[in-house]
Write a protein that binds this ligand. Structure first.
Ligand code: NDP
Length: 251
């Protein structure tokens, strides 16, 4: 039920953090994973590391905010691997500022990275998945898809948008046998949140106090949900937004 042998998965931002945690899970379940990111060296290193562990892995350089680079990324994937079964839209970033201090450039940059990239990749994937008879899309939201925070106005707007966009494509593409779901990670220890821990006083203590699991997550905590949502085990699951948060959102 969870076997992904023969499946091809593209993970944006797959060269580190949560993306690499999910890519590793998918590869362990048998998928060929393609790690996409702007930093070609980081992507090549991550892919080489997975291959030394016996996994099937490739890397492609792309800025997913750029429509032409997104088209080129899918073109390369099809030339090298011939199919696309699973798309994980994980590339993301933030600017931590109160809303009234955000410039339009900062607003657009976060919206482009988190939300517009998801639209561009989903649109490109839809054509390929429809043609091959179906597929799985996993979009990465956040606790800030649900909650607000004074330093996360544009990030929260983008991640709320990711969830609503996911619901719409789930309805639009259900007849094409494409399931689309969002994953809402809790507080996961990555480069992104290491920055937040440095910039937001008391964040570390607040996260630990509120998370019933009593710890920060690690990227490997996201491997299982990726396999579930990418496999036939989730064929009747679509349009959901699933927290993977050690209980943060229910406490
Ligand atoms: P990281 O900073 O470790 O990873 C971000 C990834 O996104 C990198 O691999 C980066 O690769 C890629 N990326 C950023 N911009 C672009 C771009 N324009 N084109 C292609 N790739 C890009 O962060 P996390 O692993 O923490 O975050 C991954 C996702 O999870 C994000 O969407 C984030 O919002 C979300 N998230 C994280 C949480 C956490 O606690 N860590 C909690 C909730 C959600 P490169 O630099 O090579 O481009």
């Amino acid at each position: 039920m969870f076997d992904l042998t023969g499946k091809v998965a593209l993970v944006t931002g797959g060269n580190g953090g949560i993306g690499l945690g999910m890519a590793t899970g998918l590869a362990q379940a048998g998928a060929t994973v393609i790690l996409a990111g702007r930093n070609a060296e980081k992507s090549a290193d991550a892919a080489a590391d997975l291959r030394t562990k016996g996994r099937l892995c490739d890397a492609v350089e792309a800025d997913v905010t750029d429509e032409h680079e997104v088209a080129g990324m899918f073109q390369k994937l099809m030339v090298r691997h011939g199919r696309l079964d699973i798309l994980v839209n994980n590339a993301g970033g933030t600017v931590r500022k109160p809303p009234h201090e955000l410039s339009l450039e900062e607003w657009n940059s976060v919206m482009d990275t988190n939300l517009t990239s998801t639209f561009l990749c989903c649109r490109a994937a839809h054509a390929l998945m429809k043609e091959s008879g179906g597929g799985k899309i996993i979009n990465i939201g956040s606790m800030l898809s649900i909650f607000g925070a004074p330093y996360a106005a544009v990030y929260g707007a983008s991640k709320g948008g990711v969830v609503q966009f996911t619901r719409s494509i789930a309805t639009a593409w259900a007849p094409d046998k494409i399931q689309a779901n969002a994953v809402l990670p809790g507080w996961i220890d990555t480069d992104l949140t290491r920055g937040a821990r440095e910039q937001v006083p008391g964040l570390n203590e607040r996260v630990l106090a509120r998370t019933p699991a009593g710890r920060w997550g690690v990227p490997a905590d996201l491997g299982g949900i990726a396999v579930f949502l990418a496999s036939s085990a989730s064929d009747f699951v679509t349009g959901t937004a699933i927290p993977v948060d050690g209980g943060y959102s229910i406490s």
